[in-house]
Design a protein around this ligand. Structure first.
Ligand code: GLY
Length: 443
C-alpha cells in the first residue's frame, strides 16, 4: 500500500517506523526535512498546509492513503480537499478538527454528549476573565481557545500570571480563553481510532507535560511518556470508550461532521471520577512513540480501516506485553527561546543499547562543505555531514523492556550516550508516586 505521510516531527517518525515495522506492504512517501524519517521512505518537499499541493502529490503518485500527523494541516482543511478528490485520508476534516482547535467548541460537544469534564467559562473580555478566575479559584487553568502549538495552557496558583496569559490571548484578533476548574489526580492519554462510527482504543499511556522533574517548571508539549500503566484499573479503558469516546463520535456524526482519525482523550482521574482535560484530533507526541512501540499487528490496517469506514472489519490491535518508555531530549531554552545549531553525537551508540531506538523530532542534517581540492579535506579525511538540533524537542529516546524498570533503564542508557550542548531532559520519566490512585478508586 502506498501511503503519503504529512508532517515531519517526532510523532511522524514514530508513525512511519510503526507502519513499516508492522507490515511488509507499506511504501511511504514522506515530507522531507527529518533526517530520521527521511530514511523510511521517499522524501518530497511540499507545503503541508496547502490542500492543492498535498492533493496533487497524492494524486500524481497514486497513493492509496494519506495519513495526517499534526493538527495544523487538519485545521488547514487538507482532509476536506482529499475527500473531495476521493483519496482516503486518516485525519479529520477542518470542522471535526475543531475538537482540538477550539477549546470552547470541545466543551460544547462534551456538554451535548454528556461527557464529564471540568466546569468552564469561555471569556472574550478581561472583565469576564476576572469573574471566572474569582468564581473558580486557584489553581487557575487558562487555555487559549485557539491552537497554540503546546503553549496555550497555563496552570498556576498565581492569579496575576493567569490574568497575564489570558490578556495575551485576548489581545489577538478574535482572541478568547477558556478558564476552567483545576482537575486533581493523575493524567492519562487514551488514543481512540474512529472511522466516524466505530471506536477502537489503543493502550493508555502517561505523558509528562512539565519541563522539570517532580512536575516542576512550565508546561511543554511533553517531556516523556510510558506504557503500560500498571497502576491503572483495567476497567478504565472500557469506561472511557463508553462514556467519552463513543458519545463524542456519535455527537460529531449527529452534527454532520463525523470524526475520522485519532481522538486523543486527555483525561484526569480525579477523586470524583474520570474527567476530560482536553481532546486532540491527532496522535499525541511523545505518547505515540511509546504506544506504537508495543503494537504487534499492522498499523496500516487500522489507519486504512478508519479512513475508509471499515474499522469494524479490522482485527483488534495486538499488543506486546513489553513496556516502552520515551524520554525527550530538548534544546537549551525550551519551551522558550531556543538555542539551536548544536552538533549532536552518539545516536548510533545509543541505538547499540539493547531495546533502544532514537526518534528524530527537531534535528537537521547539515551537508559537509564540498572540498574545493577534490576528495578529502586537508588531512585526507572525508568531511562528514553534521546533525544539529533545530527544534525545541530534539530527540526521543525510546527504551523497550520486559518491565517498566527495564524499559526505563534502557531509555536512560540511550540518553546518556547522546550529547549536544545545552541539552535538557527529565530524569523521572516513567515513575509515579506510590499513592498515585487510592486503592478503592474506580472510574
Ligand atoms: N503530549 C501532548 C500532546 O500531544 O498534545
Amino acid at each position: 500500500m502506498k501511503v503519503l505521510l504529512v508532517g515531519n516531527g517526532g510523532r511522524e517518525h514514530a508513525l512511519a517506523r510503526a507502519m513499516v515495522r508492522t507490515s511488509d506492504d507499506v511504501e511511504l512517501l514522506i515530507q522531507a526535512g527529518n533526517p530520521g524519517l527521511d530514511e523510511l521512505g521517499t522524501a518530497h518537499r511540499f507545503n503541508p498546509l496547502d490542500p492543492e499541493a498535498v492533493c496533487a502529490l497524492a494524486h500524481d503518485n497514486a497513493v492509496d492513503l494519506v495519513v495526517i500527523g499534526p493538527e495544523a494541516p487538519l485545521v488547514a482543511g487538507i482532509a476536506d480537499a482529499l475527500a473531495d478528490a476521493g483519496i482516503p485520508c486518516f485525519g479529520p476534516t477542518k470542522a471535526a478538527a475543531q475538537l482540538e482547535a477550539s477549546k470552547s467548541f470541545a466543551k460544547d460537544v462534551m456538554e451535548a454528549a454528556g461527557v464529564a469534564t471540568a466546569r468552564a467559562f469561555t471569556c472574550t473580555t478581561i472583565e469576564q476573565v476576572d469573574a471566572a478566575l474569582d468564581e473558580l479559584g486557584a489553581p487557575h487553568v487558562v487555555k487559549d481557545d485557539a491552537l497554540a502549538a503546546g503553549k496555550g495552557v497555563v496552570v498556576t496558583e498565581d492569579r496575576q500570571a493567569a490574568r497575564n496569559h489570558a490578556q495575551a490571548c485576548l489581545a489577538r484578533p478574535d482572541g478568547a480563553v477558556v478558564i476552567e476548574d483545576y482537575l486533581d489526580g493523575p493524567e492519562v492519554s487514551l488514543f481512540c481510532l474512529s472511522d466516524g462510527t466505530t471506536v477502537v482504543p489503543l493502550v493508555p499511556a502517561q505523558d509528562f507535560k512539565r519541563l522539570l522533574d517532580n512536575n516542576g517548571g512550565p508546561n511543554t508539549g511533553g517531556m516523556g511518556a510510558y506504557t503500560p500503566l500498571p497502576w491503572l484499573p483495567e476497567d478504565v479503558v472500557d469506561h472511557v470508550v463508553d462514556t467519552v469516546a463513543v458519545p463524542t463520535v456519535v455527537e460529531m456524526a449527529r452534527r454532520g461532521t463525523p470524526f475520522i482519525g485519532l481522538l486523543y482523550c486527555g483525561l484526569a482521574l480525579t477523586s470524583r471520577g474520570v474527567r476530560v482535560v482536553e481532546f486532540n484530533a491527532r496522535f499525541g507526541d511523545p505518547e505515540t512513540q511509546a504506544v506504537l512501540e508495543r503494537l504487534q499487528s499492522p498499523l496500516i490496517d487500522l489507519l486504512y480501516g478508519a479512513a475508509t469506514g471499515t474499522l469494524a472489519e479490522v482485527p483488534a490491535p495486538r499488543w506486546s506485553e513489553d513496556a516502552a518508555v520515551c524520554v525527550v531530549m530538548a534544546s537549551f531554552g525550551y519551551p522558550g527561546v531556543l538555542r539551536t545549531g548544536e552538533t549532536i553525537t552518539g545516536i548510533d551508540d545509543a541505538e547499540a543499547v539493547e531495546g533502544v531506538h532514537v526518534i528524530h523530532a527537531g534535528t537537521t542534517l547539515i551537508p559537509a562543505e564540498p572540498d574545493p581540492n577534490g576528495a578529502g579535506n586537508c588531512c585526507g579525511v572525508e568531511a562528514e555531514d553534521a546533525l544539529v538540533n533545530s527544534g525545541g524537542r530534539v530527540l526521543n529516546v525510546v527504551g523497550r523492556g520486559a518491565t517498566i524498570e527495564a524499559a526505563r533503564e534502557a531509555a536512560y542508557a540511550g540518553v546518556a550516550r547522546i550529547r549536544f550542548s545545552g541539552e535538557q531532559h527529565r530524569s523521572d520519566i516513567a515513575t509515579w508516586p506510590e499513592d498515585v490512585l487510592a486503592d478503592d478508586w474506580r472510574p
